[in-house]
Design a protein around this ligand. Structure first.
Ligand SMILES: Cc1ncc(C[n+]2csc(CCOP(=O)(O)OP(=O)(O)O)c2C)c(N)n1
Ligand SMILES: [Mg+2]
Length: 725
């Protein structure tokens, strides 16, 4: 990676290019910035320690410019392709100039090619006519555990070329190519080509003498070979045999220069893992550490005096050091475009609440977006919607009808042209604001991550809104985490959700997504029951996505149409946006409350009405965000050990109206543990209802009864609080 990154950062990179550096090459990136004077000695010395250089490049925690965080292999590769699509979107929308288009580059390991998300990305990239993307493979034929399979040799060429990529293989370094031209050289080249990965690794580890013995045994009798080998001493022979393309600066520089158009390009740079070190080639070297003697030998070999290990130009004579310093300071990385803070897109003061006595949160979501699309608000122009083949069934359709699908080259809606009636316009053009993806949720989440980094990456904001069937969040979960880890900003809508999707059956009914919403950092999860709650949450989200200390938002919605409540003013709203509000306020010191989230509201309300005469002052708490309530509560507990002690959490404020020993019945269409923890806030008894086994098909009343989510179950659970065990 040192040679690859030297050639890239000090030669080939352009100021507007962005690079995802594979996790284990993080130290090289930091070393480059150390040479530039942009990384401190202190942080370098504390590599992998608290406040030191992060083990893997991190956008949010490292202080040098990091274009993409990496760590989960495969994702840092695919993200570059999606960022290139985002760049194309911004160019088409006049937010970035074509001449400022950068290359999105991934530096990757060969074992990353085993990750399925790479191939999902290749297919999606081809559909969207991907350009300006380079993937550079450190092809050391080693993964973590061992050497990789020989059978894949050259298969990658076919796969990538099929998907429209150019493949540039850098197999031999300059020294090798020169030797191959000499008498006997072709025979050695042929031998290398047929050598297995494992054999090559073993010989590399063993060194020059072993190379000689093996080559003499295999091909020593062929014309001129013995003579050619004799021209090299053992060290020279080892250096020749491992002078692969990826270690040769000239070869790398030429290869990068050869790809000077916008065609996506895969560079397969052959390397040896641990090149130049005593553990080179050993299959167990993945976590290999050199011992102190080996470190000393390395230092001496590089001509660096003891105590000068951290000297940026250590080991070089004065003249060479000065020239190298000047070279580095004038190199492309020094001219790299730096990220700046981008002004926020104004959020309208008010979003109209969709009307209708009966509504589902999913339909209301579609209406809010449609109204925005028609509104002429600047915010509407920055919204980009995306979905993995579920645009229509998640109610994005109306927005897409208004704003069109995005595609660089116009593509007419053939059905529309043929005058065949259809509710959904499907014309694609450069001004479109919806990016339709194939059914691969990993791609969807990496797309959201890329869109959500438009501000820092391209200096212009987008407001990404993505919809996915709630259960299939799990399919793209690592990619969702990846987006959040780099603080990309997007609005994620998981819909429909829960066993409320009754006739659809267990495979489509999400159960644990509330826990995902609660557990995922940098993502605020809301579960609205009513259309006005949803509208308030969307309004809040459009602002939150753009705040310096904001984050992404996840809305868990439903297709179940429920009767809306009549409101007495707006006083509920502030509390709803903090995680919960009393839909029916309890009497001071009340002995019990029903606590619910989301679509189960009618059942909770019916149970409350059933019980309120028997349990005077019974409360009905609508938890709009188990996530915010829990975060606030645990943050307040943690704050007891810091300066902010004393501030009461919203959960505690809400529950403090009840009697200290009151009982709670909690209920939601999802894992009961999303709400049952509320009992711990003030030490109350809890009877938790929810779903903790797989669902199945059925009519809604049957399903609610079977899974104990109906009003009767809530009434029973409340009664049990008073009757005891
Ligand atoms: C998704 C994921 N699974 C597992 C790992 C653990 N891991 C780190 S590096 C690695 C193998 C890397 O091999 P390769 O990509 O060829 O890189 P090399 O170390 O050979 O340069 C693995 C399995 C990870 N980082 N991410
Ligand atoms: Mg490898």
């Amino acid at each position: 990676m040192t040679a690859i990154m030297s050639a890239l950062y000090f030669h080939a990179l352009r100021p507007q290019d962005k690079v995802a550096v594979k996790p284990h090459a993080g130290p090289v990136l930091h070393a480059i910035h150390y040479l530039l004077g942009e990384q401190s000695l202190d942080k370098m010395q504390r590599f992998r320690g608290l406040d030191g250089v992060q083990s893997y490049p991190s956008r949010t925690k490292d202080t040098i410019p990091v274009d993409f965080s990496t760590g989960s292999v495969g994702l840092g590769v695919a993200v570059t392709a999606f960022s290139s699509l985002v760049q194309d979107y911004l160019i088409a929308h006049g937010q970035v100039r074509e001449e400022d288009a950068g290359r999105m580059i991934a530096l990757m390991g060969d074992a990353e090619l085993d990750e399925g998300n790479i191939y999902e990305c290749l297919i999606e990239g081809y559909k969207h006519d991907l350009r300006n993307c380079w993937w550079i493979v450190d092809y050391n034929r080693q993964s973590l555990d061992a050497t990789t399979s020989d059978r894949m040799f050259r298969r990658f060429d076919d796969i990538f070329e099929t998907c429209g990529w150019r493949v540039v293989t850098l197999k031999y370094g300059r020294k090798q190519r020169e030797a191959f031209k000499r008498p006997g050289g072709k025979t050695i080249e042929h031998w290398i080509d047929n050598c297995s990965n494992a054999d090559f690794a073993v010989l590399t580890y063993q060194g020059g003498a072993s190379w000689r013995t093996r080559l003499m045994t295999d091909i020593g009798s062929k014309p001129h070979v013995a003579k050619l080998l004799d021209d090299f001493d053992d060290d020279g022979l080892a250096a020749l045999m491992t002078n692969l393309g990826g270690h040769c600066i000239e070869t790398l520089v030429d290869a990068f220069a050869s790809a000077d158009d916008e065609k996506p390009t895969l560079f397969i740079a052959y390397t040896v893992k641990g090149h130049g070190l005593p553990l080179a080639g050993h299959k167990d070297n993945h976590s290999g550490m050199m011992n102190p003697t080996q470190m000393e030998q390395l230092r001496e070999g590089l001509g660096i005096a003891e105590g000068e290990e951290w000297e940026p130009w250590g080991g070089l004579g004065g003249n060479v050091a000065a020239r190298l310093k000047a070279f580095v300071e004038a190199s492309p990385i020094a001219r790299k475009v730096r990220e700046t803070t981008v002004p926020a897109v104004p959020v309208p003061r008010h979003l109209p609440v969709p009307d209708g006595d009966e509504q589902s949160t999913q339909a209301a979501f579609g209406r809010v977006l449609l109204d925005l699309a028609k509104s002429g608000e600047p915010l509407a122009d920055r919204i980009v919607t995306t979905a993995p083949d579920v645009t229509q069934t998640t109610n994005l359709g109306a927005f897409v009808n208004q704003r069109g699908l995005f595609r660089r080259q116009e593509l007419a809606d053939v059905f529309q042209n043929a005058k065949i009636p259809s509710a959904q316009k499907w014309s694609q053009h450069a001004a479109g604001q919806h990016i339709e993806l194939g059914i691969a949720e990993n791609n969807f989440f990496i797309m959201l991550a890329s869109l959500g980094l438009a501000g820092p990456h391209f200096g212009t904001r987008l407001i990404p809104v993505g919809t996915v069937y709630d259960p299939f969040i799990s399919r793209g979960l690592d990619a969702l985490n990846y987006g959040c880890y780099q603080d990309a900003r997007f609005l994620l809508v998981g819909t429909p959700s829960g066993i409320t999707l009754a006739p659809e059956g267990g495979a489509h009914q999400s159960i644990n997504t509330p826990l995902i919403g609660m557990g995922q950092p940098n993502l605020t999860y809301f579960e609205p029951a009513y259309a006005d709650e949803l509208t308030a949450m969307m309004h809040w989200s459009f602002d939150h996505l753009q705040q310096e200390d904001g984050g992404s938002v996840y809305l868990r919605l439903s297709t179940r149409s429920i009767t809306q409540v009549t409101r007495d003013g707006d006083s509920w709203k502030a509390d709803a946006l903090r995680g919960g509000y009393w839909l029916r306020r309890p009497a001071d010191g009340a002995q019990a409350a029903i606590v619910f989230s989301g679509v189960i509201a009618p059942e909770a309300l019916a149970a409350w009405e059933d019980l309120v005469d028997d349990i005077p002052g019974l409360g009905l708490l609508n938890v709009t965000s188990p996530d915010l309530l829990h975060r606030g509560w645990s943050a307040q507990r943690a704050a007891r050990w810091s300066e902010n002690a004393g501030a009461r959490s919203h959960a505690e404020t809400l529950l403090s109206v009840l009697a200290p020993g009151a009982g709670l019945v909690t209920v939601l269409d999802g894992s009961p543990s999303a709400l049952s923890w509320l009992g711990g806030v003030r030490g109350m008894r809890v009877s938790p209802l929810g779903v903790d086994r797989f669902g199945q098909t059925g009519d809604l009343p049957d399903i609610y009864r079977t899974y104990r989510l109906d009003a009767n179950a809530i009434v029973d659970a409340t009664a049990e609080l008073f009757l005891g065990e």
